[in-house]
Write a protein that binds this ligand. Structure first.
Ligand code: OOB
Length: 561
């Protein structure tokens, strides 16, 4: 099969030619754009509802028309195929219209998370050499237009800022120009011809890595691989045109974007319901009111829904068929409460923006659903579980997870040095998770060997936080570790040693990070000052000992209250 040549963008690691050919021959890669699947649904069901966002209810035709005019708007503003734009929007229909518009123009969206602030946005804009930034005017008390101007000042490639909501009043001439996203998306009838026909190997979007070293890396997702990711997730989660999918966790994250998420739902002709947050009362009410059949949550959200339902019985109907839970390890006891309390089948999802998605199957035995994180969604996903030397461990023993496959890219964007560490020479990605494979193929996540804190699904690189701590006067050594938390699973605890005569408080660390403009979820929630950091036999900081130390401290505190 001949494939069109993708746009040349430097810093993209491709699959080896023979592997790519094998994926095409097997039909995993179809040289077909993601939007072509959605366009097919627009033809089949133009008047069916595609998206519900508060008072806004849009049909497939309306969503498509909005993306058409948005595509035109992007081109009118001088953006061209292959250009990157940094996209930071809350869950809203405009996110969908704009994402589809990007696919249709070849403009590549970089999927920033809603919590990101100046530090992360600047880093991402620079790394991607983004030409435009898309933001909401405000997020609670933060004026994101101010943040956007700072980002545009630091990341000099940014030429325009698109704002969802009101534009800044009285912007000085020297400022980066702002444009109203609403004008860009004014619904006008569709164009005759597609502005751009992506090749399968063209980039659909850049996703963010959870970040194990410093600031987030970017993950290139092509139309070929991401469409396959979506199709396989649709198959396993049994998404079809009757699906009503609620997205209340951020749709800029792979989980609610494409596993199967909003894109999977549109590819199947279903209906997407959007909420700005997973607050339990409103989420449960919405599930009833819109007859939601499938939704996704991190364990902490699932727990809050279960508790709310037990207390208030908000959910009256029985529309909810599947509750997907992933992003961090779901405790087995919590898993066992999903079906009895919410009346939905639990589907555990152990996925990563880097590719591999594992899911329990809807018809798996209860024990499997409640105690494992599932198995790969595709038979073409290769899994190896190895010891420190890289040798395979037997089933039932914990080991490091390595993976390869048709939707697991072979390297991060423009990160050659990091790629040499995160990928083996023959293309296996080391996720940094410690897993156990059961004889039936299901995986149990038993821990991790990456220096990351998983705060209820929000990933924090220890190194990034430590780098901030080192900026404080008097700090000699800093170590960020996970402390157990009954709600979020983990929170961040910072250990410090400080020079004689200095003191550092938690507020000092928080102030520093807030002033630098860092996502709030990364700010440490506890500080422990020690005289000396525990070290391993070879003299490395012993984080395992610190995790045990903070666990013991918390237990002592709990038993003394
Ligand atoms: C999802 O993606 P990321 O990229 O934010 O984070 C990936 C990492 C994994 O390597 C693992 O450490 C952790 O998050 N993780 C889980 C988990 N799901 C993700 N750890 C234990 N149990 C789970 N069920 O988090 C993500 C992407 C797509 C779908 C779902 C989650």
């Amino acid at each position: 099969m001949s494939t069109r040549t993708p746009l040349a963008i430097d810093g993209v690691v491709r699959w080896p030619d023979d592997t790519a050919a094998a994926y095409r021959d097997a039909g995993y890669w179809q040289d077909r754009s993601i939007q072509s699947f959605i366009a097919a649904q627009v033809e089949i069901r133009p008047d069916d509802p595609a998206v519900i966002d508060g008072d806004v209810r849009m049909t497939y035709r309306e969503l498509w028309d909005a993306s058409t005019s948005c595509a035109r708007g992007l081109l009118d503003h001088g953006l061209a195929p292959g250009d990157r734009i940094l996209l930071q929007l809350p869950n809203c229909w405009q996110f969908g219209a704009l994402t589809i518009a990007c696919f249709r123009t070849g403009v590549i969206p970089v999927m920033a998370l809603p919590a990101h602030r100046r530090t992360e946005l600047t880093h991402l804009a620079r790394l991607a050499e983004a030409r435009a930034l898309v933001i909401a005017a405000t997020d609670r008390s933060t004026d994101l237009r101010v943040v956007a101007q700072q980002v545009a000042e630091d990341a000099t490639t940014i030429e325009s800022i698109f704002v969802l909501g009101e534009l800044s009043a009285g912007l000085p001439d020297s400022a980066t120009p702002e444009f109203a996203l609403a004008e860009c998306i004014a619904t006008v009838p569709g164009a005759k011809r597609e502005p751009f026909e992506p090749a399968g190997q063209d980039i659909a979007c850049l996703l963010l890595s959870g970040g194990t070293t410093g600031l987030p890396k970017l993950i290139v997702r092509t139309h070929d691989d991401y469409a396959y990711n979506i199709r396989k997730c649709n198959e396993v989660t049994e998404i079809d045109s009757d699906t009503v999918y609620l997205a209340s966790v951020p749709i800029s994250h792979n989980f609610a974007l494409a596993c199967p998420g909003i894109l999977g739902t549109w590819v199947a002709g279903g209906r997407v319901v959007l909420l700005p947050s997973p607050a339990p009362e409103r989420s449960l009410q919405t599930i009833d009111a819109e007859r939601v059949t499938v939704t996704a949550a991190v364990p902490a959200v699932a727990q809050s829904w279960i508790e709310h339902q037990r207390e208030h019985h908000t959910l009256k109907g029985s529309s909810l068929r599947v509750l997907q839970v992933g992003g961090s390890r779901m405790p087995d006891e919590l898993a066992a409460r999903v079906q009895p309390v919410l009346g939905a089948t639990l589907q555990q999802v152990f996925g990563m923006a880097e590719g591999l998605i594992n899911m329990t199957r809807l018809d798996d035995p209860t024990g499997t659903i409640e105690t494992t994180q599932g198995r790969p969604v595709s038979d073409a996903d290769e899994i190896a579980i190895v010891d420190e030397l890289g040798d395979p461990v037997p089933d039932g023993s914990p080991g490091r997870l390595l993976t390869r496959g048709p939707y697991t890219p072979r390297g991060y964007f423009r990160a050659a040095e990091h790629n040499a560490r995160a990928f083996t020479p023959d293309g296996w990605y080391g996720s940094g998770d410690i897993v156990i494979r059961r004889p039936d193929g299901n995986l149990v996540v038993a821990g991790r060997d990456k220096d990351m804190i998983n705060r209820g699904g929000e990933k924090i690189s220890a190194e990034e936080v430590e780098n901030f701590a080192y900026q404080l006067t008097g700090v000699e050594m800093a170590a960020a570790v996970a402390m157990p938390d009954p709600v979020l699973g983990e929170r961040l605890c910072l250990y410090l040693t400080v020079a004689d005569g200095h003191t550092v408080t938690l507020a000092d660390v928080a102030d520093l990070m807030q002033t630098a403009g860092v996502a709030r979820f990364k700010i440490p929630e506890r500080l422990v000052l020690v005289d000396q950091m525990p070290t391993t036999k070879v003299g490395k900081i012993d984080k395992k000992a610190m995790r045990e130390d903070i666990r013991a401290r918390l237990e002592r505190e709990l038993s003394s209250t």
